[in-house]
Design a binder for this molecule. Structure first.
Ligand code: DQA
Length: 137
């Protein structure tokens, strides 16, 4: 089983960024615990702050991997281009969010990605990623 965790803009700042919302653990640190927990899964990780790089990565893995766990950050609420990339690949994508976007600002309530994703997991902190991986197993 080959899975990619794909993180979008500002998620490289996890651990430092608004810890009251996103927690105080870095993603690199959390990723190591995921690798230990899911040691029979070929787990890769990629983060980019740029929309094009996220789309390129989806194209790269999107016909060979078994799944993508995607937190597109703020692009979730703006990007028709990422939604089109998800529609254009065959690998299923699960959308995840650390925070419960529905109890935050109204502009976070809209996701361009949810309609083209296999499912959505949100609001469980970093555990949302773990649940995303489990959804493929
Ligand atoms: C987020 C929620 C988004 O609204 C926000 O722009 C992020 C993080 C989350 O994981 O809770 O960058 O995707």
């Amino acid at each position: 089983m080959k899975l990619l965790i794909l993180n979008g803009p500002n998620l490289n700042l996890l651990g430092k960024r608004e810890p009251e919302i996103y927690g105080s653990q870095t993603f690199e640190d959390y990723f190591r615990t995921l690798q230990l927990k899911f040691n029979d899964v070929e787990l890769s990780y990629f983060q980019s702050n740029s929309e094009g790089a996220i789309i390129d990565k989806l194209h790269e893995v999107g016909f060979s991997f078994d799944g993508v766990v995607l937190n597109a950050g703020a692009y979730t609420h703006t990007s028709v281009a990422i939604a089109d990339a998800i529609s254009g690949i065959t690998t299923p994508v699960v959308e995840v969010h650390i925070s419960n976007v529905h109890n935050r600002e109204a502009f976070r309530h809209k996701s361009y990605l949810s309609p083209v994703c296999k499912g959505v997991i949100l609001g469980f902190g970093l555990k949302s990623y773990e649940l995303g991986i489990e959804s493929f197993l």
